[in-house]
Design a protein around this ligand. Structure first.
Ligand SMILES: NC(=O)C1=CN([C@@H]2O[C@H](COP(=O)(O)OP(=O)(O)OC[C@H]3O[C@@H](n4cnc5c(N)ncnc54)[C@H](OP(=O)(O)O)[C@@H]3O)[C@@H](O)[C@H]2O)C=CC1
Ligand SMILES: O=C(O)CCC(=O)C(=O)O
Length: 427
């Protein structure tokens, strides 16, 4: 991909780290290239609805604590809104709005019949007992129940939530409606109508895009070196899947810090330590003094798989990877995008690279509506088809317009949502 003709998203004078402003910049940039009018882009630059909630939860010691949360629904022209629920102390309204908007473009770029939604509760679940997390989960679902539902808005897991949380939320919604309603939420435990393959889907989908990108660059997966920031659902499973493809995982990090072993980490050992103590106790690797240095290691593939705004104007020039595969949402700022594009680093954008999660969520929802369930092979095969096809479409668009993959992905998705809005007579 040439970096000579069209630059990526323009860098702003003072770099904004507000995700809501960032997604609006991305929409403006790609929307103009796609030939979509300013009036239509103005529709896309705001969410349709944001619900703020506060709800009391009884703690184990008998005290009451009030939690705050949000559910944002961006655009439902293509179908019900869809997207995860995050439990994190930094959750705020602008972040949830941006995450919902990224979901719209993600669903559209891989051609799912959904719009984008996202929710979050301001809390760190690590501070609470399992029973307290259950009550927070139920309290949040009760608070948002009016605006979610299998045909309205379908949540799923995100940072610091998991299948168990989805199960509790599904139960609360079903009790409120008076009937079993598995289609209200995805990423559920298998016994409650979860889909085979959903737990691994975000990572597996991201690995498919990396494989396609490596083919584009004519580089083999075998022996490719990888650094992964974040060691949860997305990052940890990516480590396993990439290692199975013959890649060498040389660094991983979590919220406590980063470890590095240039000869390749002993993943089994690191995973055992993650489950029992801390990855930082791995005797065979070096703990990085500054965990963010993981991002600038000399590797073939860098996988941000934690939170937003980790590659910014400040450190983009230090990135040495040939591919940045965004398992996380929003890890790269527009200014950093510009720098990486000029450095000929291939960024696999979040709205494409991490779409495997919502694709298999879609499969889960379809299975729930049919009440008929697929094998893991069937799920993974359909996931691969959709990821590879979407990558090819985005790659072709990028080549045609001599632009980066993020801009190309936005161009495709903005055009699709615009066509749906027009067909519905919204403008
Ligand atoms: N789950 C899904 O299906 C999807 C997730 N995503 C995105 O992937 C990203 C990760 O989500 P997911 O894996 O589900 O979340 P998890 O909660 O499973 O894992 C998050 C991981 O990030 C780590 N982390 C948190 N803060 C930092 C930090 N400052 N530096 C390094 N690591 C950190 C956590 O560390 P620790 O273990 O110490 O807490 C944890 O290992 C998010 O951006 C999410 O939106 C995108 C698509 C789908
Ligand atoms: O599975 C889903 O519906 C959405 C997952 C998610 O939150 C995301 O893709 O960012």
């Amino acid at each position: 991909m040439s970096s000579s003709t069209v630059t990526s998203v323009p860098s702003m004078e003072k770099e904004s780290l507000n995700p809501y402003e960032i997604v609006q910049t991305q929409i403006d940039h790609a929307g103009k290239l796609a030939g979509v009018s300013k009036d239509v882009l103005d529709i896309l630059k705001k969410p349709k609805r944001v619900l703020y909630v506060s709800f009391p939860v009884k703690m184990d010691d008998g005290s009451i604590r009030v939690f705050e949360g949000y559910r944002a629904q961006h655009n439902d022209a293509m179908g019900p809104t869809k997207g995860g629920i995050r439990f994190h102390p930094d959750v705020n309204m602008d972040e949830v709005k941006a995450l919902a908007m990224w979901m719209s473009f993600k669903c559209s770029v891989v051609n799912l019949p959904y719009g984008g939604g996202k929710g979050g509760v301001v809390c760190d679940p690590h501070d609470f007992s399992k029973a307290e997390v259950q009550r927070i989960s139920r309290g949040f679902m009760e608070a948002i129940a009016d605006i979610v539902g299998p045909e309205k808005d379908i949540p799923a897991p995100d940072v610091y939530t998991n299948a168990q949380v989805m199960g509790w939320m599904m139960d609360t919604f079903s009790r409120m409606k008076g009937h079993f309603s598995p289609g209200v939420i995805t990423g559920k435990p298998l016994i409650l109508g979860g889909s085979k393959g959903r737990n691994e889907a975000t990572a597996r989908g991201c690995v498919f895009t990396i494989e396609e990108a490596m083919k584009t660059l004519k580089k083999p997966m075998k022996g490719a070196t990888v650094a992964i920031q974040g060691f949860g659902n997305a990052g940890r499973i990516m480590a396993d899947l990439l290692a199975a493809e013959g890649c060498k995982i040389v660094a991983v990090s979590d919220s406590k810090g980063a470890i590095y072993q240039p000869e390749g980490l002993n993943l089994q050992q690191v995973e055992h330590l993650k489950d029992t103590a801390s990855i930082l106790e791995d005797p065979d690797s070096q703990v990085l003094d500054h965990p963010e240095d993981l991002l600038s290691l000399e590797v073939d593939i860098l996988v941000p798989a934690a939170l937003e705004n980790v590659i910014t104007r400040k450190n983009a020039n230090d990135i040495k990877a040939k591919i940045v595969a965004e398992a996380a949402n929003g890890p790269t700022t527009p200014a950093a995008d510009n720098i990486l594009f000029k450095k000929d680093i291939l960024v696999l954008p979040d709205i494409l690279a991490n779409a495997g999660g919502v694709i298999v969520s879609y499969f889960e929802w379809v299975q729930n509506l049919m009440n008929y369930y697929w094998s893991e092979e069937e799920v993974n095969g359909k996931l691969k088809d959709m990821m590879v096809h979407s990558y090819q479409e985005v790659h072709t668009m990028a080549e045609e317009h001599k632009t980066d993959l993020r801009t190309a992905a936005y161009m495709i998705s903005i055009k699709r949502i615009t066509a749906a809005m027009e067909a519905r007579g919204w403008f």
